[in-house]
Design a protein around this ligand. Structure first.
Ligand code: UD1
Ligand code: CA
Length: 468
């Protein structure tokens, strides 16, 4: 029986090099906080518990955690002041039970995969100290894995921090990633023995390796080759670099499912993107929140698409902005949207609806085949099948205090530059003459016109300039 996993996430450090008022672990990668990535990973591993060690910006970090959607609700241990990684874990230990394995993670290392951590926990096997390690071409600054002999398989004796390492030890390229799995009952004993007699006067978590060796407990180094999985973020440059790695990995995963990305380097997902078969996405598109694309959907260049469902065969033309926020947006089968269209929360387009350039749709349903092709606004409207909504027309849905609905029944033709003052209903099959301001509901099949009558004066003289 595998032991329960309790995760300890170190997040008390200052993150000085971010040069930001926001605590480092709350900076976002792929649209979600670094710390949230780590908590999600712990959740994937079915961890029994997560303890986040907070210090700098503790109230902000704790408040942000409360808003993160996850089944694993973390507990917090405050570390004030911050006296090192060993001191950090000491603060969490009272919250941990002896029957488990403690997995130590950092809140600023977002891309570790659950499978990697599971392999590390398996190496620990409830009885060994398991260290996640990596060979680095330039190991400067990292803790070095010191072994009893020259072989890669030689017994691990210690981790020596860069600042404490001899010239000889600094040549070691195998480094400690900052991630370990350790039986909690042993961790508790070892942490009690830490001191701060080192170059940084810190309590080093890494010193427990010496204690394990002294106590005859096996220490295993689980070495991986994928550096991004253990890369920590200390600066905006590193954040941007890891963002690219993350985006590239998401792009590759989608392409492996058959999605055709014009250029994986010019594609960003900040959320959950689900794609059917034969989806094509052109360059410079950004997907946020929860987005679902049906079979054969085409997204043209430079679109921002958030929180929406786009049904099979729909085409989104360039420079379209869609954001359903909490209400969502639905685009029906075979619909054509854009270029330069804007779909806002509650826009529900039926099959084969056409929304053209500079058309804004909010909280409105458009039935099958309805069209609004140019420069228009539809807000709080119910639009019937095959309606044609003219250029420059708007629904005046807001009276300054309340919002009202406009109903446009099937087969209506709204001319150009009309104002439909809600609440109002345009009867089925009716036509509204261009330039009309409609304030009263209209009967079916009628032509309704509401504008000044045209007059032409034939004997009119244009003014001439007065000479001075
Ligand atoms: C640590 C390891 C080093 C390893 C490196 C990998 C120790 C002593 N050294 O280095 O062997 O190669 O990680 O990146 O553990 N933190 C706290 N409280 C503290 C100190 C740190 O919460 O008092 C947090 C930081 O916010 C960070 C994490 O612990 O998330 C690691 O701290 P950091 O200072 O980056 O690591 P090092 O001590 O440099
Ligand atoms: Ca440090």
């Amino acid at each position: 029986m595998a032991l329960p996993i309790d995760v300890v996430i170190m997040a008390a450090g200052k993150g000085t090099r971010m040069k930001s008022g926001l605590p480092k672990v709350l900076h976002r990668l792929g649209g979600i906080a670094l710390l949230h990535h780590v908590i999600r990973c712990a959740e994937k591993m079915s961890a029994r518990k997560a303890v986040v060690i907070t210090g700098h910006g503790a109230t902000e970090v704790e408040a942000a955690c409360a808003l993160m959607s996850s089944d694993l609700v973390p507990q917090f241990a405050r570390q004030e002041p911050q006296l090192g990684t060993g001191h950090a874990v000491q603060q969490a230990v009272p919250l941990l039970a002896d029957d488990g394995v403690t997995l130590v993670l950092s809140g600023d290392v977002p891309l570790t995969e659950a499978s990697t951590l599971q392999a590390l926990v398996n190496e620990c096997d409830g009885q060994r100290l398991a260290l996640l390690t990596l060979a680095m071409p330039d190991p400067t600054g990292y803790g070095r894995i010191v072994r009893a002999g020259m072989q890669a398989s030689s017994q691990v004796r210690a981790i020596v921090e860069h600042k404490d390492a001899s010239e000889e030890q600094r040549k070691i390229t195998e480094i400690y990633s900052g991630i370990m799995a350790v039986p909690t009952r042993l961790l508790r004993q070892w942490l009690a023995r830490l001191d701060n007699k080192n170059a940084q006067n810190e309590y080093y978590l890494t010193d427990i390796v010496k204690f394990a060796v002294a106590d005859g407990v096996a220490v295993v180094a689980h070495q991986i080759t994928d550096a991004a999985q253990v890369a920590g973020i200390n600066s905006p440059v590193q954040l941007a670099e890891l963002e690219r790695v993350y985006q590239q990995r998401r792009a590759i995963a989608l392409m492996e499912q058959g999605v055709r990305l014009a250029d994986p380097a010019r594609f960003d997902v900040r959320g959950e993107l689900t794609c059917g078969a034969d989806v094509e996405i052109d360059v410079n598109c950004l997907f946020e929140g929860k987005v679902t694309l049906g079979d054969g959907v085409r997204i043209s260049a430079n679109c921002v698409i958030a929180n929406c469902t786009i049904a099979a065969g729909a085409v989104i033309h360039p420079f379209t902005h869609i954001d359903g926020e909490k209400l969502g947006v639905q685009v029906g089968e075979g619909a054509l949207v854009g270029p330069f269209a804007r779909l806002r929360p509650g826009a529900e387009l039926g099959a084969e609806v056409h929304i053209g350039n500079f058309v804004e749709v909010k909280n409105s349903t458009l039935a099958k085949g309805a069209k609004a092709n140019h420069l228009a606004y539809l807000g709080d409207a119910t639009v019937g099948e095959r309606v044609n909504y003219g250029a420059g027309s708007i629904t005046a849905n807001y009276d300054g205090a309340n919002k009202h609905r406009t109903v446009i029944e099937a087969d209506v033709h709204i001319g150009s530059n009309c104002v439909l003052v809600a609440p109002v209903t345009i009867g089925a099959g009716g036509t509204v003459g261009g330039g009309s301001t409609i304030t009263k509901s209209t009967p079916p099949a009628a032509l309704s016109v509401a504008r000044g009558k045209q007059v032409s004066l034939t004997n009119w003289q244009r003014p001439v300039k007065v000479k001075s």
